[in-house]
Structures are given as C-alpha cells and as structure tokens.
Design a protein around this ligand. Structure first.
Ligand SMILES: Nc1ncnc2c1ncn2[C@@H]1O[C@H](COP(=O)(O)OP(=O)(O)O)[C@@H](O)[C@H]1O
Ligand SMILES: [Mg+2]
Length: 309
C-alpha cells in the first residue's frame, strides 16, 4: 500500500487546513496516512525517524492529537512538508531529509524548499517572470545608500512569512535607517532584502493555487490601512477571476515550478509582478471554500498525480 507522512508544526489539536484535508482525501483513496511533527526528526543509527500518528479514520477540526509513535521515515512512499518548524534547525532538517530523498518522494522537493522559499532565487530569473529590483545585504548602510535613488521601497527578511517584519520605506523617511539597522541586527549578521515597491499592490494581489503546475483556484487579498496584503495582518479576501493573460502567465510559471519539483504552490501575483511563491503550506484551500468556491482538495491530489505503485 502507498503511504504518506505529512510533516507539520506541533499543534495542540487537529486544525482544519492543508494536512487535514489532503490527509483525509488520501486516506479515502486507500493511502496509509501519518501526521508527524517536523521538529521531532532524529537520526537513529542509519535511520531517519520522526514522531507522529497514523490515521485510521478521517480527521476533524478540533480532534485531540492521538498518542505519538516513532516511525522510520523511509517506510513512507511520500512525504509532504507543510511546516519548516524551528528556524534554527532548518539546515539540519534539510540535510536529514536529503539523506532519504533518493528513496522517498518529497513534496515539495528539497530544492524548492531550500531555494524558492527564499526570495533570492526569484530575483535572478528575469527571463522567466517579472520580479522587482532586489538588493540583499547584512550591511544596513549599503542598503540605505541604494535607496537614496528615491522612490518607495520594501525592506523585509529574505525568507519571512505572514507579512512579519515587512516595512514600507522611502529615503525621506527618518525611520528608514533604523529599520534597516534593526532588520540586519546589532551584529549585522542577518540578511535583509531591499526591494523596489510594486505599484498597484495597494489594489490587492491575487493568490493563485497551483497543483502539479496547473492553476486550480484563486482569490484576491486587499490590505486595510497597511501595505501588507497578508490575511494574518488583517487583509480581507474576495473571490476573483484570472484574466486570459494571467492564466497564460500562471500556466507558464506552473511549468517552470513543476520542473523545479514544486508541486503545490501558492503564487502571489500583481500582474505581471510576482511577489512570492509560497511553497510551504500555502493557504487558500479553506479561504476559497469560505468565500463560496469549491473545495479544491481532490483536484490538488488529482493534479499532483499520486499513483499507487
Ligand atoms: N516589492 C514589494 N512591493 C510592494 N509590496 C510588497 C513588496 N514586497 C512585499 N510587499 C507587500 O508585503 C506583503 C508581504 O510580503 P511577502 O514578500 O509576501 O512576505 P511574506 O512571506 O511575509 O508574506 C505582500 O503580500 C505585499 O502586500
Ligand atoms: Mg507573502
């Protein structure tokens, strides 16, 4: 029987979201399904182990977490990473998972998780898609000098999430220098991105869900009294369509992402500008349904093309 382990962050109870819906769907299709905690990964002799629980029935929102068992990760045919867990152990976890990546199919690929999750790679593909001019440094003064050319800028961490530490600044802003200093840290040991401000973001951005390289659903997010269109920062969401141009663009981007091993992605679009590719646990499944759209879970599984071996 094919089997899959979802790797998630520690949680007090079962919560509605990607692992609940995707796990239930695969269980119903005859897969062995386990839900495991990403930060419990360890090495035992030559085995990579993790703690988690197997499903013998569908999960419901609010269910308590069953007693945890320890599994050898290479018994699973697929692993689906839906959290990176603690930041400090990111490299160790990637290296531990890499050691079994020739035996287990990992969604999304470790290349994707390592490189598309950061915003550096995106800035170096001008032939593939539009991405704002981007500078990165641990030296706040270097970044401060760059922004003296004028205009509006975004300063943010290279691999942050949920809109945390994303600042809108200009050279006229007396806070600009201290914001860059704070982001780089007192010991100047944290990288900071300085990015040209994308005009039009204030009208909202489209979150497009891509599965197996194909756009399958989308909605618009619009911030209120904030420059960040993140739902976690109070932005509102509404249903929207993709224009024919946007659809063609997303299909081309989907092919590029699939080649990279990115099978389930949330892309943030202010056409033609890409804000980011969300490759770890992209939100959208629950939001689209709450907005009156369909539950896309089965379509995600179909498009990724899980096959029984
Ligand atoms: N270059 C930019 N121009 C305009 N707005 C931006 C830019 N970068 C980020 N933002 C705004 O900040 C939000 C969060 O930035 P993002 O890079 O997606 O970080 P996170 O990974 O924390 O969501 C975006 O959704 C967008 O509203
Ligand atoms: Mg974002």
């Amino acid at each position: 029987m094919d089997s899959i382990a979802f790797l998630i962050a520690d949680t007090e109870s079962i919560e509605d979201g990607n692992y609940l819906r995707l796990g239930n769907e695969l269980l119903q299709r005859g897969f062995g399904v386990a839900v495991c905690l990403i930060d419990s990964i360890s090495m035992h002799d030559s085995n990579i182990r993790v703690k988690g629980f197997t499903l013998n029935r569908a999960m419901n929102d609010g269910d308590s977490i069953p007693a945890l068992e320890s599994f050898d990760l290479s018994i699973f045919s697929h692993l689906w990473l839906l959290s990176l867990g603690f930041r400090r152990t990111f490299l160790d976890k990637m290296q531990l998972l890499y050691s079994i990546s020739d035996r287990v199919h990992i969604i999304n690929s470790l290349d994707t998780i390592t490189h598309l999750n950061s915003k550096y790679f995106l800035a170096t593909r001008p032939g593939q898609f539009k991405y704002p001019a981007t500078y990165a440094s641990t030296d706040p003064e270097e970044l401060y000098q760059i922004m003296q050319q004028g205009g509006m800028w975004i300063a943010k961490p290279p691999a942050g999430s949920l809109g945390r530490e994303v600042f809108l600044i200009s050279h006229e802003d007396a806070n600009a220098r201290v914001i860059l200093e704070t982001l780089c840290g007192p010991d100047k040991d944290q990288f900071t991105l300085l990015q040209a401000y994308i005009q039009g973001v204030e009208k909202g951005e489209k979150r497009v869900l891509l599965a197996g390289g194909k756009p399958i659903g989308q909605y618009r997010r619009i911030a209120k009294n904030d420059h960040r269109n993140n739902l976690h920062q109070g932005a509102s969401s509404e249903m929207c369509e993709l224009t024919a141009q946007e659809t063609r663009y997303c299909i081309a981007l989907g092919a590029f992402l699939k080649d990279f091993g990115a099978e389930f992605v949330g892309l943030d679009l202010v056409y033609p500008w890409i804000i980011e590719f969300n490759v770890i646990n992209p939100g959208g499944l629950v939001t689209i349904e709450e907005l009156g759209g369909q539950d896309l879970t089965a379509m995600i599984i179909d498009e990724i093309g899980f096959t029984h071996s």
